[in-house]
Design a protein around this ligand. Structure first.
Ligand code: NAP
Length: 411
């Protein structure tokens, strides 16, 4: 890390979130409990998850805990017809395993309600329109679960409620596979009869801390121009446990409760702090890395670590879709430009005289006997993947392991 910092005027950290959050409940390590992040890595052909071998054959029901877009991604892969999947760049290994899958029933379960779940309209619609896949309405009924007259809902939430109530394009009677959203259930344990394999997921039922309709601001305007206050009030509505238990039998469960960034080795040497609780590099919201060790300066309790910037999930936490993360990266890049033009102090690591850039870093890496992979190398692997994909009528066929990637480069 020091070598990188010494050789540049500035460093921007945009390395995202490399860990998934754990639930911290009994049974989380049972066979059959799978991290959604690992599963996504596996079907996308990430070398790290090549040997995941998710057990798709022990039962027909899969439970997904959490209701974000990653949960919907996992549900989509479990439910999608094979001919739909074959047109994507999903790995052959995953297609092979999914073709033998017995899973026909997917339950995506959240601890809050339909208007609090973080899924987005586009991803919900995609799943509801999936050919041959039915959507079962929750037993409580939408009206009770939503708890607000649809006319009073802000536009975005109104669209979500309409979409959910309309259900799937394929009627349940005609569906080969089906999914369901379960609400107001917080996971408390993973159960097993033999101490090895998952048999069921135990939940505690929850309830809203306040009636949803009661949290709407009093002077609410017409629904079409629904003020963000109503949206935020409903989105932020919390739940509490009722103490009543519920159990869902399943041999497969995915933990999909969000991601977390980690500090990089070497941060301490560079004076870069890391907020373990929020899982972010502390910053001024524009992407300038700030440290309390640098304050108080001009009344600030923390100030900019010269030359250090961040963007994306490691700056704001793991939220937002690709477009919002891109906007955030553009903003951080603009801030670097602005600081440069304003003659703000940049990196102070090293002597400041010789900033050798990539050439110097590469040299150092080679001296240490570490193999580097260049952009041109990446392009070579990319070309092979595309060619292999073309032969199979798909966008690309990913190279599975690092050893094979290096073989392509050396061959
Ligand atoms: P997420 O959107 O933050 O959703 C996390 C889910 O886990 C929520 O339902 C949350 O419930 C629940 N949860 C968290 N802690 C829990 C606990 N202890 N017990 C029970 N439930 C818990 O996370 P994500 O799905 O991993 O997605 C991460 C980001 O990637 C999101 O911004 C997402 O939109 C984005 N993404 C986008 C796409 C796309 O654009 N197509 C695809 C994949 C991911 P609460 O709300 O109650 O906390």
């Amino acid at each position: 890390m020091k070598t990188i910092a010494e050789n540049y005027d500035g460093v921007l950290f945009a390395y995202g979130a490399s860990r998934d959050k754990k639930l911290g409940i009994p049974g989380e390590d049972l066979h059959g409990v799978v991290s959604a992040r690992a599963f996504v890595g596996w079907y996308n052909g990430l070398p790290e998850y090549e040997n995941l071998n998710p057990d798709l054959q022990s039962g027909d029901t899969a439970v997904i805990i959490g209701q974000g877009n990653v949960a919907l991604d996992v549900a989509r892969i479990l439910l999608a017809p094979l001919d739909v999947l074959r047109q994507t760049d999903i790995s052959e290994q995953a297609i092979e395993a999914l073709s033998k899958s017995r899973v026909t029933d997917v339950k995506v379960i959240g601890r809050r309600g339909p208007l609090q779940a973080p899924y987005t309209i586009k991803e919900l619609r995609e799943l509801l329109h999936m050919p041959g896949v039915g959507f079962a309405a929750p037993p409580e009924g939408w009206e009770d679960l939503i708890g607000v007259n649809r006319k009073q809902l802000p536009r975005q939430l109104k669209r979500i409620s309409e979409l959910l109530e309309k259900g799937s394009k394929t009627p349940m009677e005609q569906a080969q596979k089906a999914w369901q959203l379960g609400f107001l259930r917080s996971p408390v344990e993973f159960l097993s009869s033999d101490g090895k394999d998952l048999n069921a997921v135990g939940f505690e039922r929850t309830e809203y801390v306040a009636e949803p309709a009661s949290v709407l601001p009093k002077d609410d305007g017409p629904a079409l121009s629904g003020p963000p206050a109503a949206m935020n009030a409903l989105r932020d509505l919390r739940v509490r446990s009722t103490g009543s238990k519920a159990k869902v039998d399943a041999s497969l469960a995915f933990r999909s409760v969000g991601y977390q960034s980690e500090a990089l080795a070497g941060f301490d040497d560079l004076g870069i702090p890391f907020d373990q609780k929020l899982g972010i590099i502390p910053n001024d919201m524009h992407g300038r890395v700030i440290s309390p060790d640098r304050g108080p300066i001009a009344g600030l309790s923390a100030a900019h670590v010269p030359g250090m910037y961040c963007a994306g999930w490691v700056k704001r936490g793991p939220t937002g879709v690709i477009a919002s993360t891109m906007d955030d990266a553009f903003h951080s890049a603009d801030i670097i430009m602005k600081d440069w033009e304003d003659n703000v102090r940049f990196n102070e690591i090293g002597d400041g005289e010789t900033r050798g850039g990539w050439d110097a870093v590469k040299k150092e890496v080679e001296q240490r006997g570490i193999r580097s992979v260049s952009w041109a190398d990446w392009e070579k692997i990319d070309a092979v993947e595309r060619k292999r994909g073309q032969e199979k009528g798909k966008v690309r066929e990913k190279v599975r392991g690092v050893a094979e990637m290096l073989k392509i480069l050396d061959g």
